[in-house]
Design a protein around this ligand. Structure first.
Ligand code: VGL
Ligand code: ZN
Length: 244
């Protein structure tokens, strides 16, 4: 773990939020501290891809994906500012296995920007699977960022296309509105949430992932890799209970 992007007073609760050996060592050793974050006018909650296709019964269902909904609904009452992202693909999108003869979902292929994991058809615009779940109660959400709408580029991050070059404008929006801290929640931890959090960090925001408000797909070690990448980038992992 790195401490470079962490305030010392938050260390205890972060250890607890991580779970496992580090947490129990910390809790039995120095004693647990609690971290309470009170969202201010400079904080924004980014709710990633809570859409029917990522929920149980959907075409790319994330295990326990629906468990994030009540957690996010409570969190959203704590934040004055919320934006949503929406995975939004045209039919025949290049990230779909069905667009690559002979390929099956969760295999990979080389596209012009590098290795692409191939997915079942999902979040096709105009379909119910692409809709943001009605059970998400966030009427105050201020913007919906759609992503993945170009046939030839998949996008996991709310900030940058998968070619790692083309910005979406979200960083500019957040800066222009004066936000300093970005809190990420939603689906899936190891893809859209992680990439959004990593890009928020890169764009200079203090960035948090609220772990129990996320669930992962976990294909070929993707979850462990995403958590490691976020730790190394200084993305802070917290629990929803830390948000007052
Ligand atoms: C996602 C795979 C493909 C996500 C989107 O929202 O994490 N994952 N498209
Ligand atoms: Zn997608």
């Amino acid at each position: 773990m790195r401490d470079t992007n962490r305030a010392p007073t938050r260390r205890g609760a972060l250890q607890l939020a991580l779970g496992g050996a580090a947490a129990s060592a910390f809790a039995s050793g120095a004693g647990a501290q609690t971290m309470t974050i009170k969202p201010s006018a400079h904080d924004i909650l980014v709710v990633v891809d809570v859409q029917y296709d990522f929920l149980p019964g959907g075409s790319l269902a994330v295990p326990e994906g629906d468990a994030v909904i009540p957690v996010i609904n409570r969190l959203a009452t704590r934040f004055a500012h919320v934006v949503l992202t929406q995975d939004w693909h045209p039919k025949g999108h290049s990230s779909f296995a069905s667009s690559h003869p002979g390929k099956k979902p969760f295999e990979t292929t080389q596209l012009h920007y590098g290795t692409q994991i191939l997915w079942p058809d999902h979040c096709i615009w105009g379909t119910r699977g692409a809709e943001i779940a009605k059970e998400l109660e966030i009427p105050k959400a201020q913007m919906i960022v759609r992503k993945g709408y170009r046939p030839e580029i998949d996008r996991y991050s709310g900030f940058i296309e998968a070619d790692r070059k083309t910005p979406t404008g979200l960083a500019g929006y957040l800066r222009e509105r004066g936000f300093k801290r970005v809190f990420c929640a939603g689906l899936a931890t190891d893809f859209c949430v992680a990439w959004t959090a990593l890009d928020a960090r890169k764009a200079g925001f203090e960035t948090y992932v609220i772990e129990d408000a996320c669930r992962g797909i976990d294909t070929n070690g993707s979850l462990a890799r995403a958590l490691k990448d976020m730790d190394e980038a200084g993305v802070r992992r917290i629990a929803s209970a830390d948000v007052a």
